[in-house]
Design a protein around this ligand. Structure first.
Ligand code: 4GX
Length: 224
């Protein structure tokens, strides 16, 4: 899958996309991420990409021209599903992430400041929000969306991890995990995990998942 990200702050993406699973997914060719600096497309001599809002008010608004030209350049390679990260959008869910992971190509537009010129909406397919809180820009949401959907691209996770995924889409939280040593400062790993009885272990894990979900996220059980 190919993802093009349009932003005024390309440096923000350097860390998260160059580590761990997202790094490996790109190296193995399963995921291709390109970051585009909207400012490079500004046709004025200071490469200004934002301006004061018509009608007054606080803050700056991202100009239509640099965004349109940047999108035109990126879409010259072929079509993409065009998404704006915004608190006004449809909430990101495992279902939406899975659906987006099936796309051949995505274009993610990150707004900053107070927003973007509304005319940009004429070239956007949909808005996606990562939650009901206000951030300073769409960059972190674009990273969250990319990370979340990458897990649904076949081959990005090991086969073991994908089983874990199923258990979450099942509407339950993960069971507790332990690794060596069996006794750390007197804190003991539950006895059942130390024996090799896989049926018992499965039952214990299932019970723990249910207990944890009931306690902290009963809404997930309802959904099921
Ligand atoms: N989930 N923000 C976007 C600027 C903005 C405003 C309007 C376009 C239109 C957010 C979120 C989020 C803050 C990103 C405002 N861009 N995005 N930004 N929550 O809070 O996605």
């Amino acid at each position: 899958m190919k993802i093009d990200i349009l932003t005024l702050f390309p440096e923000m993406f350097e860390g998260p996309f160059s580590c761990s699973i997202l790094k490996r997914a790109q190296e193995s060719g399963l995921l291709s991420i390109r970051i585009h600096n909207i400012r490079d497309y500004a046709d004025n001599k200071h490469h200004k990409a934002d301006d004061y809002p018509f009608g007054g008010g606080a803050g700056l608004v991202m100009m239509a021209q640099p965004i349109f030209d940047c999108m035109d350049a990126v879409l010259r390679d072929g079509p993409a599903r065009r998404i704006l990260l915004s608190p006004r959008g449809k909430r990101l869910s495992p279902e939406l992430a899975q659906e987006l992971a099936r796309e051949e190509r995505l274009l993610l537009l990150c707004g900053h400041y107070e927003g973007i010129d509304e005319r940009v909406m004429t070239v956007i397919d949909e808005e996606v929000s990562i939650g009901d809180y206000v951030l300073t820009g769409g960059e972190l949401p674009a990273m969250v969306l990319t990370d979340c959907l990458a897990r649904f691209i076949p081959g990005v996770l090991g086969s073991e991890d994908s089983v874990v995924e199923e258990s979450f889409s099942d509407g339950r939280l993960e069971y507790p995990q332990y690794t060596r040593p069996a006794d750390f400062r007197g804190l003991r790993v539950p006895e059942v995990l130390l024996g090799g009885n896989h049926k018992k272990i499965q039952e214990w894990r299932s019970g723990q998942s249910e207990l944890k979900t009931r306690l902290t996220r009963p809404d997930l059980m309802e959904k099921r």
